[in-house]
Each structure stands twice: as C-alpha cells, then as structure tokens.
Design a protein around this ligand. Structure first.
Ligand code: ATR
Length: 276
C-alpha cells in the first residue's frame, strides 16, 4: 500500500536564507488548509543536479530557483517552457507525475499581474522605459512584448548589454545611452527600474526624474526598501506608483497553483505576512 505523502516545495539558491518565498507559500498553504510545506534549500553548485533529481523521490512537487541557478537549471530540466526559453532563465520547476522535470519562468507574469492589480496601466498606453539590461530586465521585456507593448525604450549603464537585448528581442526595442535615461523617463507611459540601484546596501538610482508627470505609471522591481527614491519622486510628481513587492507575490501564483492545485490570492494580508 502506498502511504499518503505530504506535498513539499521549496526554494533552491545560494545564499537562500534571505528568501521571502517560504513566508509567501507557507502563508498560502495555511490559508487554504493544505497539508504541505515549503522550505529553503541551500545547495552548492556541484550538488545542484543530484539534489534536483532526488527531490521528487522525497515528496517534492516542485521548487523555485533563485540566484545563482536560474540559468543552470535550464540544462537539467527535461522540458522548458517557451517563456523561460525566451527569457533565458527559469525560476520555477514542476516535478511531474511521469517523472519529467518542467522548467518555467513566472517573473514576467508576476511583473504584469502586479502592474495590473495596482495601476490602470494598459499595453496601448505608449512606450515603456526600461532601466537595466540584466536578468530581471529580460523577464520584464519578454512580458511587455507579450502584453502587446509596441515600443520599449531601453537603457543600461553597459550599453552593449542593452544592444544585445535589442538584437534578441527585436526592433520594438530602442536603445538609449545611460546618460540619456532622464529623457526616456519623460517620454514613457510606463517606467520600470530593473537595476539593483536603490536597493538597501546598493548605490542610489541617480537618473534625473524631473520629467515625471501625472498619468505615467512608475514601478520599481526593488522592494527593499518598499519606497525607493524613484517611487517617492514619482508619487510626488503625481504618477501612479507600483512597488516591487507585488511582483514577488504574484510570481508565486502560477507555481503554487501547479504544485498544490489551488490558485491563490494576492492581497494585503499576504503582503503583511511576507513583510513580517
Ligand atoms: P538581475 O538579475 O537582478 O537583473 P543582474 O543581471 O546582475 O541582476 O543586472 C543588474 C542590473 O543593474 C544591470 O542592468 C546593471 O547594469 P550593468 O549591466 O551595467 O552592470 C545594473 N546596475 C548594477 N549596478 C549599477 C550601477 N552602479 N549603476 C548602473 N547600473 C547598475
């Protein structure tokens, strides 16, 4: 007789102790009365593949993947979603009943769902200005294009990386020098900071923000602090502002649903639980 197994999930990273994902998923497990658990898994690179292949045998239904393994897990998965392929990284693994490991990326979904829940942004509103060209920018750009945005103004300190993204994602992207960032902030219907600037312990985002005006939507992927300089100045200029915590909460929705069979809600109670 097979024993009833408690479904487990977790987050694999190195470091991983700072991850807010355990609070997020444990809150949902409790709220929906699901007998299950979610744990942080600190894994060193040499063990990554073996750990991932062993987890399903221990009752794991899937895991989130964080720094520095979002690219590496793509090679380990048996199946990679189109979205994860386009982004070039995966943040979610689903251990299927047939033994196959499916990799997906829900960061872009989380980005859009957060924007839509907390502002009136629409893809047709006009150009989107994206600051930064790292891993987070790739997920944001993929999501914006999929949503139907027709022009993305992209700027990055290292221009080559922005040019590389234009090459990959196509002519809807216009690359602008980092020193011109103030201009695109002024022209855009949506402004997104995907850089680490403004995060606690990192330098401040110093892009000129005096062009911000009412009617623009401004969002920061940085959520520590919740109120970055970008969001503070945007709010003072009368823009609609969306903080980055919502993206973290929303990116967990499709994962939780696939693992535990319930589509969870993102609301204030969850925000408070995750902020702790
Ligand atoms: P993530 O996966 O969070 O996007 P990342 O891939 O390391 O992390 O990208 C970090 C982003 O922040 C990049 O766009 C980086 O610019 P560079 O490509 O020029 O490195 C940007 N960034 C980090 N520190 C910065 C700084 N001091 N000034 C300007 N941009 C910075």
């Amino acid at each position: 007789m097979t024993e009833h197994r408690i479904p487990l999930a977790g987050v694999i990273g190195n470091p991983v102790a700072h991850s807010r994902s355990p609070r997020l998923h444990k809150h949902w497990l409790k709220r929906y009365g699901i007998e299950g658990d979610y744990v942080p898994l600190h894994v060193v690179e040499d063990d990554l593949e073996q750990v991932i292949r062993t987890l399903p045998k221990m009752g794991f239904v899937g895991v989130n993947i964080t720094i520095p393994y979002k690219v590496a897990v793509m090679q380990i998965a048996d199946q990679v979603s189109d979205r994860a392929t386009l982004i070039g990284a995966a943040n979610t693994l689903i251990f299927r009943k047939d033994g196959k490991i499916h990799a997906d990326n829900t960061d872009g979904y989380g980005f859009l769902a957060n924007l839509r829940q907390n502002s009136r942004w629409e893809a047709t509103a006009g150009p989107a200005a994206v600051l930064g060209a790292g891993g987070a920018a790739r997920a944001v750009i993929e999501a914006l294009l999929e949503a139907g945005v027709t022009e993305i103004l992209l700027t990055n300190r290292t221009r080559d990386k922005a040019d590389g993204l234009r090459h990959e994602f196509g002519s809807k992207i216009t690359v602008v020098d980092w020193v011109q960032a103030g201009n695109i902030v002024e022209e855009a219907a949506l402004v997104v900071n995907t850089t680490s600037l403004g995060m606690t312990g990192h330098p401040e985002l110093r892009v000129p923000l005096d062009g911000l005006q009412p009617g623009q939507v401004v969002t920061d992927l940085v959520y520590s602090p919740l109120q970055t300089r970008l969001l503070r100045e945007a709010e003072a200029a009368g823009c609609s502002v969306v903080d980055g915590l919502g993206m973290l909460l929303h990116q967990g929705v499709p994962a939780f649903e696939r693992w535990f069979g319930v589509r969870p809600e993102v609301d204030d109670e969850l925000r408070i639980a995750v902020l702790g």
